[in-house]
Design a protein around this ligand. Sequence first.
Ligand code: MF3
Ligand code: CO
Ligand code: CO
Length: 268
Amino acid sequence: MRRRIPLFNTEAERDGLRQASRFNAELLDFLRPQVVAGTTTQEIDRLAYSYTLDHGHTPACLGYPGPVVPYPKSICTSINDVVCHGVPDDRPLESGDIINVDLTTIVDGWFGDQSETFLIGEVSDEARKVVQVAFDCLYLGIQAIGPGGHVDEIGRAIYDHARGQGMDVVREYQGHGIGRKFHQEPGIPHLPSRTPNRTAIPPGTCFTIEPMINTGTWHTVMDESDGWTVRTRDGGLSAQWEHTLLMTEEGVEILTRTENGPREGHRF
Ligand code: MF3
Ligand code: CO
Ligand code: CO
């Protein structure tokens, strides 16, 4: 059965979406200079929490229901072999690490969601490559669709690029519709499905693309001790990039972006 995709076609709704994503992108701008060797992930989390509250908004991850326990922090910080949902702690970042910082904010009831992977100091060639491939996969996924496109076109573009670079695409976690809820229809897999998924993405659809790319195989394991941290099963590196996107009559609008941060075509 095909589930209903919420559509945002009034200017008021689109402005709500744009403002939430805009704030989220400004929060990432604020945090970016702090994501350096020596900073702990709980310090980055604390800065995100206070900046968000100081502006009158709400961190969406804090207390978000999970399979075992609610999420205990405001942001996700996923280092090296952590694929996603890494929980901030007292470990300082070290030269050679790659770390994904994933932020989601609620502004006036609307959600904005994005993530960026940072290279700390001098990193290995393999680490630099997986960050580059994940970044390029995000933009290839964005370019793959226009108004009236369908979700399989996104996964096809991402999967073909990653496999062509000798890397693999995580299957258990996918992009998602977003709006007045954190996660809603449509699901956005980062690889094409076996049975073609022709779910259309008409104007008014708001969704994320957030490919997780592994240097080894796609399999993941969840940490039983905290109920959240997801790692690669083989211990290989994983990188991720995410934007919130609005399909308009003209094409895809990237909502979680400011003038700062790496742009399409960036070389790491
Ligand atoms: N921000 C993540 C996403 O991209 C979800 C994190 S859920 C949390 O969908 F509870 F771990 F925060
Ligand atoms: Co997301
Ligand atoms: Co996210």
